[in-house]
Write a protein that binds this ligand. Sequence first.
Ligand code: SF4
Length: 964
Amino acid sequence: MDIKNLNRRVTAARREVEARGETFYPGPSRIHLAAFPPKERWDDWVELDSKAWPDRVEKRYMLVPTTCFNCESACGLLAYIDRDTLQVRKLEGNPEHPGSRGRNCAKGPATHNQITDPDRILYPLKRAGKRGEGKWTRVGWDEALDDIAGRIRRAIQDGRKTEVMYHVGRPGEDGFTERVLAAWGVDGHNSHTNICSSGARAGYHFWMGLDRPSPDHANADVILLISAHLESGHYFNPHAQRIIDGKQRGAKLIVFDTRLSNTATHADHWIAPYPGSEAAILLAIANDLIQRDGYNRDFVRRWWNWQEYLTHEHPAVEPTFEQFERILKTLYREFTFEFAARESGVDASVLEEIARLVASAGTRLATHNWRSAGSGNLGGWQVARTLFLLNALLGAVATPGGTFPNAWNKFVPRPIYMPPHPPVWNELAWPAEFPLGIFEMSFLLPHLLKQDRGRIDVYFTRVYNPVWTNPDGFSWIEALTDEQKIGLHIALTPTWSETAYFADYILPMGHGSERHDLHSYEQYDGEWIGFRQPVLRAARERLGERITDTRQVNPGEVWEENEFWVELSWRIDPDGSLGIRRYFESKQQPGQKLSIDEYYGYIFEHSVPGLPEKAAVEGLTPLAYMRRYGAFEIRQGVGALHEEEVPAGELQEVSIDAFGRTYTAAPAQASPNIVPQPAPEPDAQGRRPVGVQIDGKILRGFPTPTGRLEFYSTTLAQWGWPEYALPVYIKSHIHPDHLEPGQIPLISTFRLPVQIHTRSANAKWLDEIAHTNPLWIHTIDAARLGVRTGELVRVETEIGYFVVKAWVTEGIRPGVVACSHHMGRWKLADAGQRQMMATVGLQRDGGDWRMHRERGVEPYDSSDPDTARIWWKDVGVHQNLTFPVHPDPISGMHCWHQAVRVRKAGPTDRYGDIAVDTEKAHAVYLKWLSQTRPATHYSPDRRRRPYWMMRPLRPTKEAYALPR
Ligand code: SF4
């Protein structure tokens, strides 16, 4: 159905509903879905109790919105709170949420499993034996807070500002904790991003200064995905529904995926290229556009930094666009369809057909690469860079149906306080070898500690499980059990994890319906803000109760992090003498603690355009509006912000450089929107970049050094990588040229659509659907090995092996195997999750580690009768333990794909056996490190990193200087 037909049907439906005297309920979905309770009745919604059937028993609910925490999409949820018991009965979609529009994947409603999980951690725990011994004692929050605060205070007072580290897995919030760390003055932020998405981010960042795409799938004519984006990936549910909208309009869907994913099954064109060859295909498509003059000449002329490219690389050539076009025709001419076919194993005629389809899209080409090839391969960042090249050639950038820079479609409000940048640089997170790394080199931490590059006195892991999620988990265990290297480890977690076993404190944090956070993500051409909240708190406040601490409504002593950080900060600086406490004080009541209501109330009142007015229409404060509806759409149809003319008022004492970059002496306009932007350098007089001059007009442009899209990256050229300054093809570490005899690639990155890394082990509905991760192996390879489905195979990596079951299928390319990383959860002792964690034995002899499965999961009695009905035993195999680290020398991304040998299991092999040599793992780390070009040798300006590039918790400019 096309969009006009859809609109006609919506209009007809509205007339029909209104003719019956009922309220039409379009919500932000703009589609009448009768299943949604009208928002006017959210205080007292009546449904029949399904469990009472066949009796008709009415249940009365209060409906309270919140935001799902089970992936990064931040979809809206609506908690159904029983008015009699004041307990959450279920969670469904929030129709008032503009991003998710009332829809969720299976993981959203499964939040209910998480909050009622009989095995969840309800009280703060302190280790009683040695680290990792599995002995715990319950402690009070006060004891834990005082101990942790005291250590942090001493570290700050002693000037050990790099010894406090907060290592986050799923952030699920927009900057709150970064500001906490900034207030403490420490460079202590560490993230999981370099095991997740840095590859793709780098590719986008070098082009446009921003690190994410925002494809307008719904209005596209052609959608090109290099990922299983309909079932997983960033913002997949909000994107997936818009991809389907686009398909209903007639858009064609192209999917590159070596594996037959659910996404591939929905494609008009699915190809299964050899992993790592994706950039070669994309360059062949680009070359075809270039050779046939099929690109958008005017867009390329106006927005590419071709003049800078000619000046640097072809100084003898007259710097005209015609000369650039002549050279452009030579740059990619070896990328024929035949070349791409040889690299990818996909027929040249198929690639040509796809190229024609891409060309037909014009400015309506929506593209996306997130993890997938971008995170699997050495040079994977060039997959995103070559993918965006297609958009840049066609001018499909911030157009209807094109691909936007993420910041155009994301809103980050100004908070109540903005602490200053910390004055230190943490080399454990940002080592000199990776000056262009997009995020912290988090997964190298055990190796950096092993090399005595520093120590950590206080280490928070927050919703982060590196022992299980990261590669090389045994090296993590070695680091976490060494108290000389990590003085105090605090696991902030809503659930048990393999990493929490190696903590000193386990502090229970709330799930998605038990905590506050803010979100805004690029999901369509518009901007919205979403509010996560503890739903029982909001419900009881609706009933007139006053709640001052979320522990008053959460189960046990489960806390939310906002209140925890405020309290901890006060205890670090009880008298305010460290200058920390002032960032956690009330403005309304000076000298008092900042309350969560004041924190969010301030933001909603002062920093979200249109929200106060909208709330006033309903007689609500902005905070009350967000508590009631959970989300607010700021605007739709943002459009091409880079084309906006800079107002004359912003142009004072302007200077314009040779390439049109325009600088102004005028101060930055106070804008409520403080989307984290890169910081292009000022000019020699200290004037700030404000835009770029194009055809005589000064336009906003992009936050790159030139203000244009950087086809040629001077940054890459100047920081030691001139050969990669243009979008090019880098042969992956698993390219056939690099494999030893008998090795084949293992794709280890794909997600199971119904699982969430660490936090779904306690979601019984999800566990019942998906609880194992067999090795996908093609029928040809299986026949060669003599293996049938269900039989055991041993998969050998560079540092060890794992034993797993085979799944023989034609849904994967021959000569490639794949195994999902979502499985293989384990526990050492009886404490922990019992629905999805196998009990294992662990042996260590120096660097030689062995793990064997003692037993799988079993039914058990608990407060939830369903746990007695568990019928599955298998929970998969923890393959990531057997992977060494593979840091890409430019993006810093861990290159996940593995070169492996697959053998039929031997007579002594048992399912789930794992063996690893961590000495070998360290040697692999050193080998990859030797491929880097460190700032100490390659920095053009004696800085650790280009100042203009994004960096979480950006330190002061002075801290960027390399030591002399
Ligand atoms: S896509 Fe699913 S898991 Fe992710 S936020 Fe939405 S409902 Fe939650």
